[in-house]
Design a protein around this ligand. Structure first.
Ligand code: PMP
Length: 385
């Protein structure tokens, strides 16, 4: 069990004791500030210095299909997937984007920019990631249109199904649900990393989206990548990024490459166990989920999803998923869970945004220790009646 180290990384603070319930705990966004602590401990290992004269050109690799992809980043993406075993990169085109959010738009464009007589329907099974409907319809495109919950999708005609696995907001592993011939699948694998879920096989889909935001915790770098089988689709995605931003920040790509290299190296046999990035973060997530489940039990006002354990090829052991979000359901007559929690100064995102009932909320599990500890403490003290 080379990667599953025993190092305890206790939550850094003994927060929550002085909490008078008045300060706002904002867990609405999935901002991955939890990861700051690991990177602080790594000191200068990922520091990148860029002189003013460097990287002034638009071009990174003029001969490559994705001409704005830094070769160093391409190399580290392939290496990290190889180390983790979560996706096949051989024979794929890598397209880099300003976050996977830009690549999502690029994928919609690539699949639909043809002579179809009607807009493609874009669907995803509820509860779906709340940005999908908004990002699909923001420009009122004639090429594609949000079609809602994939489970209720009956419209004939071309469609794209978004499969997020593990899913945001509820953390479950997913497969496509529409299963109609001619359907196009986009797999958003932002959370398919071993700190969140067992890595059961190397994903091998047509188009897969990944991001540093949720893998290494560097949301602010705004770097995502797509692994694309079909060359003509990859070319169209590149075209979209050309049209929208003429490429992707080189500074960010080089920083991402450096961070990914440190992550890959941290998993090697010669690295110190405490530095194993996924081991460290998995341990942190396991601790957080344990605290959260205890708090929910103590409160008696909420419920959480239960997960089946799976065998992880990376850690070589069995464990239950530890999602990046808690999908909390209000019980005992709590119908609007977001408002209910807001009255306790806890900000979350209502199930409505994810296409389901407001008795659910999504809560980020990736905030800093101090926020998380205050949150579980406050939650545990909420009792109805
Ligand atoms: N897909 C999913 C499922 C996400 O949860 C997120 C981030 N919340 C994204 C994509 C966007 O990631 P990025 O920061 O790379 O744009």
């Amino acid at each position: 069990i080379q990667n599953m180290h025993p190092t305890p990384s206790p939550l850094a603070v003994n927060g929550g004791d002085a909490d008078d319930g008045r300060n706002v705990i904002n867990l609405d966004h999935g901002d991955p500030t939890m990861y700051e602590r690991y990177w602080q401990e790594m000191g200068d290992k990922t520091t990148v210095v860029i002189p003013g004269w460097q990287f002034t050109s638009y071009f990174s690799d003029a001969g490559n299909l994705c001409w704005f992809l830094e070769p160093e980043l391409a190399k580290e993406i392939a290496q990290l997937h190889k180390v983790v075993g979560n996706a096949i990169t051989e024979g794929r085109h890598i397209v880099v984007g300003t976050g996977s959010s830009q690549l999502f738009q690029a994928a919609l464009y690539a699949f639909t920019a043809n002579d179809a007589s009607e807009p493609f329907s874009v669907v995803s099974a509820a509860p779906y990631y709340s940005s999908y409907p908004a990002a699909t319809d923001c420009l009122k495109s004639g090429l594609y249109k949000w079609g809602g919950d994939a489970r209720n999708f009956t419209k004939t005609g071309p469609y794209i199904e978004l499969v997020t696995s593990p899913n945001n907001p509820d953390g479950f592993v997913r497969q496509s649900v529409v299963n109609r011939s001619g359907g196009i699948l986009v797999h958003d694998l932002a959370y398919y990393w071993p700190q969140y879920t067992p890595i059961t096989s190397a994903a091998d889909y047509e188009l897969m989206l990944f991001t540093v935001s949720k893998s290494t915790g560097h949301a602010g770098m705004r770097i995502g990548w797509a692994l694309v089988k079909d060359q003509s689709i990859a070319k169209k995605m590149v075209k979209y990024i050309e049209l929208s931003t003429i490429g992707v920040s080189k500074d960010s790509q080089l920083r991402a490459a450096k961070v990914m290299k440190v992550v890959s190296d941290s998993c090697g046999a010669s690295a110190r166990p405490r530095e194993n990035f996924f081991g460290y973060c998995h341990h942190l997530m396991a601790e957080r989920w344990k605290l959260l489940r205890e708090a929910v039990k103590q409160s008696g006002t909420f419920s959480l999803p239960e997960f089946e354990p799976g065998f992880c090829n990376f850690f070589q052991c069995l464990f239950e998923p530890l999602p990046a979000f808690a999908w909390l359901k209000g019980e005992g007559g709590v119908e609007d869970c977001e408002s209910f929690l807001k009255s306790h100064n806890i900000w979350t995102r209502s199930g409505r945004h994810f296409g389901v009932s407001p008795s659910y909320v999504r809560v980020s599990m990736l905030d800093r220790d101090i926020t998380f500890v205050c949150f579980v403490k406050r939650l545990s003290q909420i009792h109805l009646g």
